[in-house]
Structure formats: C-alpha cells, structure tokens
Design a binder for this molecule. Sequence first.
Ligand SMILES: *[C@@H]1O[C@H](CO)[C@@H](O)[C@H](O)[C@H]1NC(C)=O
Ligand SMILES: *[C@@H]1O[C@H](CO)[C@@H](O)[C@H](O)[C@H]1NC(C)=O
Ligand SMILES: *[C@@H]1O[C@H](CO)[C@@H](O)[C@H](O)[C@H]1NC(C)=O
Ligand SMILES: *[C@@H]1O[C@H](CO)[C@@H](O)[C@H](O)[C@H]1NC(C)=O
Ligand SMILES: *[C@@H]1O[C@H](CO)[C@@H](O)[C@H](O)[C@H]1NC(C)=O
Ligand SMILES: *[C@@H]1O[C@H](CO)[C@@H](O)[C@H](O)[C@H]1NC(C)=O
Ligand SMILES: *[C@@H]1O[C@H](CO)[C@@H](O)[C@H](O)[C@H]1NC(C)=O
Length: 589
Amino acid sequence: MLFFFVIYLLVLDMFLIYPKLQFTKKRKKNPMGNCIPSLNKEIKSLPNDAIFKLPSPLPNWPPGTGDFGSGYIDLGGLKVCQIVTFNKVWVIDKGGPDNLGATFYEPSPIPDGFSMFGCYCQPNNKPLFGWVLVGKDNVGEILKNPIDYTLVWSSESSKFKNKNSNDHGYIWLPIPPEGYKALGHVVTTLPEKPALDKIQCVRSDLTDELEVESWVWGQGTTSKVNGINVHSVRPQERGVKAQGVSVGTFLARITSDKDDDSNKTLSLACLKNNKFSTFSSMPNLSQIQALFEQYSPIIYFHPKEKYLPSSVNWYFANGALLYQKSQESNPSPIEPNGSNLPQDGPNDGAYWLDLPIDEKNKEKAIKGDLLNSEVYLHIKPMLGATFTDIAVWIFYPFNGPGTAKLGLVDVPFGKIGEHVGDWEHVTLRISNFNGVLHKVYFSQHSGGTWLDAPQVEFQNGSNKVVVYSSLNGHAVYPKPGLVLQGGGDIGIRNDTAKSNLVLDCGKNYSIIAAENLEIIVPAWLNYTREWGPKLSYTLGDEVEKIESSLKGNLKGAFEKLVKVLPNEVYGEEGPTGPKMKGNWNRDEV
Ligand SMILES: *[C@@H]1O[C@H](CO)[C@@H](O)[C@H](O)[C@H]1NC(C)=O
Ligand SMILES: *[C@@H]1O[C@H](CO)[C@@H](O)[C@H](O)[C@H]1NC(C)=O
Ligand SMILES: *[C@@H]1O[C@H](CO)[C@@H](O)[C@H](O)[C@H]1NC(C)=O
Ligand SMILES: *[C@@H]1O[C@H](CO)[C@@H](O)[C@H](O)[C@H]1NC(C)=O
Ligand SMILES: *[C@@H]1O[C@H](CO)[C@@H](O)[C@H](O)[C@H]1NC(C)=O
Ligand SMILES: *[C@@H]1O[C@H](CO)[C@@H](O)[C@H](O)[C@H]1NC(C)=O
Ligand SMILES: *[C@@H]1O[C@H](CO)[C@@H](O)[C@H](O)[C@H]1NC(C)=O
C-alpha cells in the first residue's frame, strides 16, 4: 500500500514539474450522441486522471418514451447534458482530504450550442470520477452571461499555495444579472477576470436552493476555520417529489470561525426541473428491467449465517402470525399475499407480526428460504429526476443475536440484538442521461454509506454490484471483513465474508413501488406496524447473565460496552416495513 502511495506521489510530482502534460481530447460519435465524448487512449496522465469505467460495456438501453438514456434532459426549456470528461485547469498539491490537494477542471468538450455553468473540483486522493451539467437555452432568456466576476480567492495572495510549483489558481464568482443566479465558479491560472461569455447564469425560476455536501479541499473539514474552503453541493430538498437538480459544481468560500452558518445564504444555486411532474426523464418499465439486469446486487452471506432471507410470501405461507393488542392469545395466520394485514394507520402498536408458535415451524421460518427468495424494488426519481434510485429491499424472517468483541475474546451476546422481521436495503443511483451507475448506498441499520462506483466491488467482470451481509445482523457492507461498532478493540462484531450462500438479486425481484409507473402495490407494503414483537426478553437479565459468565477485566470491558452501544443494537422493537422508513420518500441519509 505504502509502495503504491510513494509511486503515486512521484507521478504527482512529475506532473507538477511538467504542467504541459494535458489531456488530448478527441470527439467520437457514440450511441448517446456527441454529448459523451471519449478520450484518446494514449494520453499521459496522473493515476487520478484515469476516468473510471464500469467493468463491462453497457448495452443499448431499450427504447422508451422520454429523455432517459438519450444523453440529454429537458428541464422545461433548458436542455442539459452531463459531461464526464474534463480539461485540467489548476492543481494544488496540498490541503484537502489526506492533505493531497485537489484538481480543478473545466468540462470538455462541450457539445455545440451548450454552455458551462461552472468548473468541477475533486480531491487528489481518489481517481477522477465526476461530472458537471452544461446547458442550452431552448426558449431564450433562460440563460444569460454574468455581468461581472468577483475574485473569491487566489493562491497568489494566500500562504496556502503549491509546494512544488509557482502555478497560481484564481477562483471567480460570477455576478448574475438581476433575476438570474450563478451555479458555479470559474477557475483560471491568470489574475485577469475571465471573459463574460465563459459561463452562463440561469433565470431564478429554474433554480433551487442548495446545501453543502462534503469537503473537497481547503483549510479544514469544518466551516469554522479561517480561510478558503471548497465543498461539493447538492439540492437542499432531496426526495421523490423534489425538483432540485445537482449541477456537479462546487462552492468555494472564505470561511471564518465567527461564521453563523445557519444565517448565511450561499452564493450559488442548483437547477430545478420544471418538467419534473411528467417524469419524462425517468426510465420506463422495460428500461428499469434492463438497468436492474445490468447492476442487480449479488449479496454474499457469511459462511456461518443461519438466518437467511426469504420472500415475504414464503414467510406468510409458512406460518407467520398476525397479533392484535389485547387479543394476544388468538393470533391469525396471514394470507400469502398479505391481504388480511391491517392497512395504513399509525404505527401505534395495535398489531404486530411474529414467528409461528409451533417449534418445528418456527425453526423452519427463522432459517429463511434463500433458494426461492425474492427482493423488492422501489423506483425513486432523485435530484429532480436526473437520477433514478433503485432501492433494493431484502426481507429476513429473523435477525440473529450479536457477538461482542472484548479485545481478543468474542462473547456471544445471548439474545441481545435478536429480533423477528428484518428489512435491509441497498440502493443503486443511476444517471438518467445515460444509465450509468454512479453510486451505491449500503444500509447499516439506522445509518449507511454511499460509495462512488469506482469504490464498489463488481462481480467477476460484470457490472453487478457485490454486497456483503453481516453475520446475524444483516447490515450491508461493501467489503468482507470485520467492522467493530463501539470503541477501540471493544465492540459489537459485524463479520462479513464470501461463501456459497449467495443471493443474486436479479434472479427474482418485483417492483413494489415507482413514482413514475402504475404498479400493483402488494398489501404488505401498506402494513404500517411492526414486523416483529417487542423485546422478547428482559435486557437487564440478559446483560446480567452474560456478565456473570465473564471474569475480571472482561467483566469491566463488557459493562463499558453495554453503556456505549445505541439502543438499536438491543433490538428493543421489531422493525417496520420499507414504506415506514425515512428514506422511502427522501434521499438516503
Ligand atoms: C417503454 O417505451 C417503449 C417506447 O415507447 C415501448 O415500446 C415499451 O413497450 C415501453 N415498455 C413498457 C414496459 O411499457
Ligand atoms: C441573521 O440574519 C438576520 C436577518 O437577516 C439578522 O438580523 C441577524 O443579525 C443575523 N444574525 C447573525 C448572527 O448574523
Ligand atoms: C389474496 O389471496 C386471497 C386468497 O388467499 C384472495 O382471495 C385475494 O383475492 C387475494 N388478494 C389479492 C389482492 O390478490
Ligand atoms: C420468486 O419468488 C416467489 C415468491 O414471491 C416464489 O414463489 C418463486 O418460487 C421465486 N422464484 C424463483 C425462481 O426463485
Ligand atoms: C466468471 O466469469 C467467467 C467467464 O465469464 C466464468 O467462466 C465463471 O464461471 C464466472 N465465475 C463466477 C463465480 O461467476
Ligand atoms: C453491527 O451489527 C449490529 C447488530 O446487528 C447493528 O445494530 C449495527 O448497526 C452494526 N454496526 C455497524 C457499524 O454497522
Ligand atoms: C396502499 O396505500 C396507498 C397510499 O396510501 C394507496 O394508494 C393504495 O391503494 C394502497 N394499496 C392497497 C393494496 O391498499
């Protein structure tokens, strides 16, 4: 690892000494039109300049009725196009994540008639993988040049400059005409203001408010440091009905420890899809099927996993029971299609589901039914329907207990962490311009992680996303290994590993909801109560039982661990179904 890092730094140095090593570009016709240019293969470039490509070439998507896959999206008079190839403008070799600096790029080539909204910037600690939108005014008066620029920052006037070169960078903020907004910055290597026709501002009614997303470069990760900071941005409102469109640009500002962020209006805006309600950029059913065939996750279970997934119908048909409060002695069987589950209403504890009572049937149910399992897809228009999120929901009849790791010793957590009915999900974020997978979200109980496509493992040369389900708890991870929840070497184990236990999500799935399509919603989706009973054991007793089996230091360590773990670990409540989760209508958190 260190070795590669040193090589990487050497190459980085080389580039900085010979700044003329630039991209050479070549426009090539391709099925998406000239919107997606390809780069000449013989270019000399930095390791972080190699543009990521999915392992397998993408098919031609089946025809649809709208903009999906065409390379362009009409936002209501403003046509936009997603550019993934760039000209390098300026490199700074320090600051930012891992103190490796960042690189500023201009989209290039830009298709005829389209204009730039702003530059792209990313940290130097990862391969080039990004995009910015460029736009074309199909109506007139939607786009206007700025009336002036102000200099946000330059390395010349800053102590914060390149270690290894005298190149200077200048970050400009366009000043929009009245009634218009700027969407991004221009970056130059000269102190003169850029030409006014370098960039376009957008009429305010086609813009939305944005917020800071993650730190790209600058003085410090928080906005409470004095100096320049560059952040990626995203629409403030994000969800299946939100019209805000990410432009892919960055926000540069001078921050100060005296800043009151809550009160500060940001100098840039994002776009807004005024044609959102027509869903004309969303894939239709045939296109969704083709996308899922391409990227459908392959889920690996731990070799010791005993609690495997099943289809919901199998679980219902194999003895799951519906309980009603104050009639606990008389549970009802559930129709295989869930049609006798109570619909809608608040999650008030009036009903819950549980495993069969009969021991033999219970044993069968908790093991799941991997071979005939089914996953459930929710199709979500995101970022103003410029992306499609495919949320893939997996059901497990049973979530097994946790294992505590106390230094070198593993201690089974008794019943702690066990619960009936476990819903997990993984989400694919796909560009509606071209059907390219951009990000994958791995859910880990109440939280999760987004990874960019280059950081994701793909199955054996295909574009299928590899996912690891943790032993017993089924949290979804991008890598095999051990993740400890807790502190130091004390925590709850989440083990993942490859084994013969595999779920190929593409083999058996059904779409249970889609904002843009008429879908027959299964009755169980509208069941709003919990899929398992409340705590089937007394936490205190359980903790005591484990503690009394431990000696000396372990006892102390265990006590410490119990205090710091969040409630969710104890599985105090059975979980609710997919529709009750915060991310059902909103972005993942
Ligand atoms: C998707 O749209 C295309 C073009 O209109 C149409 O031929 C195809 O049948 C549609 N697919 C579905 C499943 O509706
Ligand atoms: C916040 O904004 C309000 C209204 O613009 C202003 O009156 C107030 O002084 C601001 N507060 C701070 C701490 O900047
Ligand atoms: C569910 O299954 C029952 C029979 O088990 C049937 O009567 C009912 O029509 C089905 N409901 C739906 C919505 O398919
Ligand atoms: C797909 O899932 C359904 C349950 O919803 C099940 O009946 C069927 O056997 C599964 N098919 C395959 C091929 O696994
Ligand atoms: C991987 O791909 C190769 C060639 O396409 C195939 O022969 C092999 O069976 C695949 N392995 C797995 C585990 O899918
Ligand atoms: C580890 O597993 C526990 C129990 O399954 C779960 O609640 C927790 O969220 C997991 N931790 C992480 C960091 O994923
Ligand atoms: C489920 O709920 C949605 C919205 O609440 C409703 O439109 C739909 O008809 C319901 N489906 C069933 C099967 O009850």
